[in-house]
Design a protein around this ligand. Structure first.
Ligand code: OKP
Ligand code: ZN
Length: 345
């Protein structure tokens, strides 16, 4: 199994974030990717290669043009506004009752218009890193198209919280969604995205909510008590043609393998009924018991089980990295998930 990664993905390097109502040390940091890469090297799963270059077309199939231009031009606009802060946060949003049909000219208005949280700092190199992360996912998708049975896109920054026209939850471009759309555009009939990150993949859900060609399933902490709070409930089943193709498994804080594994089993049976041509796994390591921002209790060996169960689906599989914040165990847990897959294949 090949791994795709570019050092450009490390250029987005925030030091702080707003979380739980205060400024704290950033969790989504370059060291996350570095430790995973180190463990992937040691595990010798196969070649580690840089992403290919892509035009913006594949990204624009998923994200709106004005949003992509905002991300791309952000740093220039910020400087033109005379600002010098290196890590930038929105602080005002067009929530219920306010206008969504006029994009503000002012950078502070734009920041809130295109985001849903204040927890995702943007800086001079955020666009470069996010684009590179998306190209890593796209290159992984191309490997699957060329006949590889599995590939690991070591994406960072992550993607599953990003909507067509919104960033948030450390995510700017929805890497898994971009890969799924690319597969569809290259002739793959049906794609499943299975999101095992601790947080609901609100962006991915929203992007494919009215479509039957991309099935979405997410196992995550109940949004009633966890970020992203406003999406991820069990009764969100899809709309129009997409009705019945969206499946959420919200679980309580404290969930360990017994209940988590049951949800995975149900999800895998649902996937088998859909019979996808390719499975994309939004792979988050934050269900881990000691993750600093999460409250599930999966153990290191449970990640092996996750990989092994996914292998039983018998589908070409693209693993796309999402969250996971306990730097010390991130590399181990991630390689456990992948070796669980490879050994069970
Ligand atoms: C990104 B990914 C709550 C803080 C929430 C944002 C979390 C984003 C997670 N205590 N901050 O899904 O791992
Ligand atoms: Zn997460």
């Amino acid at each position: 199994m090949k791994t795709i990664f570019s050092p450009d993905q490390l250029l987005h390097a925030p030091t702080k974030e707003i979380s739980d109502g205060k400024l704290v040390a950033a969790h989504e940091v370059p060291a996350r990717a570095e430790i995973i890469l180190e463990h992937i090297r040691k595990a010798q799963f196969g070649e580690i290669q840089p992403p290919k270059e892509f035009t913006l077309n594949a990204i624009l199939k998923v994200h709106d043009t004005d949003y992509v231009h905002f991300l791309q031009d952000f740093w220039k606009l910020w400087q033109e506004a005379g600002r010098t802060e290196e890590e930038v946060f929105p602080f005002v949003w067009p929530v219920h009752g306010l206008r969504h049909d006029i994009v503000p000219d002012h950078i502070d208005g734009k920041l809130g218009f295109y985001s849903f949280d204040a927890g995702s700092p943007m800086g001079a190199h955020t666009w470069t890193a996010a684009r590179s992360s998306a190209e890593t996912a796209l290159t992984g998708a191309d490997l699957i198209l060329s006949g590889e049975g599995a590939a690991f896109a070591l994406c960072r920054p992550p993607g599953h919280h990003a909507h067509r026209r919104l960033y948030g939850g450390y995510c700017f471009l929805n890497n898994a969604a971009i890969a799924a759309q690319h597969l569809r555009d290259q002739g793959v009939g049906k794609v499943t995205i299975l999101d095992v990150d601790y947080h609901h993949g609100n962006g991915t859900q929203a992007i494919f909510y009215d479509r039957a060609d991309v099935q979405f399933l997410s196992i995550h902490a109940d949004p009633k008590v966890e970020f992203p709070y406003y999406l991820g409930h069990a009764n969100e089943r899809g709309l129009k043609e997409g009705a019945g193709y969206n499946h959420n498994y919200p679980l309580p804080h404290g969930t360990s393998w017994d209940k988590w594994g049951e949800a995975l089993e149900d999800a895998c049976r649902t996937i088998m009924k859909f019979a996808p041509d390719v499975v994309i796994v939004s792979l988050g390591m934050d269900p881990y018991e000691n993750d600093p921002i999460s409250q599930f209790r999966l153990k290191t060996d449970d990640f092996t089980r996750i990989g092994a169960r996914i292998a039983q689906l018998g589908c070409p599989t693209l693993f796309v990295m999402e969250g996971g914040y306990l730097i010390g165990e991130l590399g181990v847990n991630c390689t456990k998930a992948l070796s669980g897959y490879l050994d069970a294949e």
